[in-house]
Design a binder for this molecule. Structure first.
Ligand code: GRF
Length: 222
């Protein structure tokens, strides 16, 4: 994957690490529950990777907290069941996460993929899917966790930005890192232009990182 030509229109190559080119990743077919709040382009990238047989998985459910979110339409186009759990209708984070865990179990999900999930999670959800709960964040963690990560990076004057797939721990955007992509910051970059180039890399690393995490897990279990 690391030697795949960079699709970004930039003078520098983007770097993915670790490089899993040529590595055979083996793991049992995954049943993914996807948590998404908004557009769903990462969900779409995961579906496309499954479709191309680059990721041996099926998405059993998409859980969304925002009525009208674009991800719901995307899921319908792929004929994936959706469940709307509107956080505004729950009395606490714990009550929302109880419903999420139950919904994931009802749909037989064994891995949980936070693909633009804009809610903090509780220990209950983390414990229910220990080591099988993954998030993507548009920065090179541990730098710039939280909201507006791309603008935070620009404000700090960094010359490289990127994105990270990691296992989820309780603190926002924390947990063991699985894969990162580095994206150069170009002269004149705005939050929007940089975000666009980072998202291209998100769509590459998320399916690859899911496969890599599953491969590691299968090694531990086996
Ligand atoms: C991504 O940039 C991701 O890193 C962040 O939320 C965004 C979701 O985008 N956590 P999309 O909904 O997948 O298009």
């Amino acid at each position: 994957m690391g030697s795949t030509p960079c699709p970004n229109d930039c003078p520098n190559s983007c770097l993915l690490s670790p490089n899993i080119d040529g590595q055979t990743l083996s793991y049992p077919k995954l049943k993914l529950g996807v948590l998404a709040s908004g557009n769903g382009s990462n969900f779409e990238a995961i579906m496309a990777a499954i479709d191309r047989s680059e990721l041996d998985a099926e998405v059993t459910v998409v859980i969304c907290n925002n009525p009208g979110a674009n991800v719901l339409e995307r899921a319908a186009r792929w004929s994936i069941p959706t469940v709307l759990l509107n956080h505004r209708e729950f009395e606490s984070r714990g009550a929302l996460d109880d419903a999420i865990v139950q919904t994931l179990r009802d749909h037989d999900a064994d891995w949980v993929i936070m693909a633009g999930w804009m809610r903090r999670v509780t220990q209950h959800l983390i414990d229910a899917f220990t080591g099988r709960l993954l998030n993507i964040h548009p920065s090179l963690l541990p730098s710039f966790p939280g909201l507006h990560a791309v603008q935070q990076a620009l404000d700090a004057g960094v010359v490289v930005a990127g994105c990270t797939v990691h296992q989820v721990e309780l603190a926002v955007d924390s947990g063991p890192i699985i894969m990162q992509a580095v994206v150069p910051v170009l002269p004149g970059d705005t939050e929007e232009t940089l975000q666009t180039r980072i998202q291209i890399q998100e769509h590459r690393i998320f399916p690859a990182a899911i496969a890599l995490a599953a491969h590691h897990r299968a090694g531990q279990d086996g």
